[in-house]
Design a protein around this ligand. Sequence first.
Ligand code: ADP
Ligand code: MG
Ligand code: MG
Length: 250
Amino acid sequence: EKLLEIKDLHAGVEDKEILKGLNLSVNKGEVHVILGPNGSGKSTLMNIIMGHPKYQVTSGTMEFEGEDMSGLKTFERARKGLFLSFQTPEEIPGITVENMIRTAKQTITGDKVKLVPFRKELKAQMQELKMKPEYAQRYMNVGFSGGEKKRNEILQLLMLQPKLALLDETDSGLDVDAVQIVSEGVAKFHNENNSCLIITHNTRILEKLKVDKVHVLMNGQIVEEGGAELIEDINSRGFTHILDAQNEAK
Ligand code: ADP
Ligand code: MG
Ligand code: MG
């Protein structure tokens, strides 16, 4: 069952083309990984899937559950079940963690989320993530350490239960223990009814997950696809040999 389908996508920012004919398809229940060198367009792709207003799609199609997503605003995409965890989570002074997640949940479900049961669930999830309960009343990410910010991202994932979780280097800059928590958190989130699209340079985050497909993004295109074995291949041989192999084939 197709969840996300991107065909021949051309897109960019400020008149600069970054994605140059990208194809990508994710089925329900699958875990996909995108690997690629710095500057290849990975974060741009994630932002474009979420409908970030700074980026422009110039051609190609993007469907979610068989529905064209063009023209949908970010909150409308969130309502459809998309969630993006950022490389650098934002600090939001004045809005507590609890308020932020509750408001997001209300926006997504279109329903009022009752405080008492919500608090109970939040507390339980925070406990699992080894977050101190008082963090619920702290301002979003303000004064949080790198690891605490990432735990907070996973907390949102578990509370909001999106159909497709887009994780953009959620594990970057984390110590070993924090990577473990992120890894367990993602594994806890994932089941046969949702999907994950993960950008990472650190394959330790994948240890607790069964990876269905790996895509290599270079120069704005998916240049290679394969199973989990592609991760090892790239870890040992790097990215350039893929382009070398393709140039030789031409
Ligand atoms: P990755 O996440 O793979 O490291 P990005 O998607 O962040 O790559 O960036 C891809 C390319 O687009 C880079 O060359 C980057 O400099 C450029 N780029 C990204 N965002 C902007 C922006 N807001 N303005 C101009 N160029 C940008
Ligand atoms: Mg980068
Ligand atoms: Mg990036």
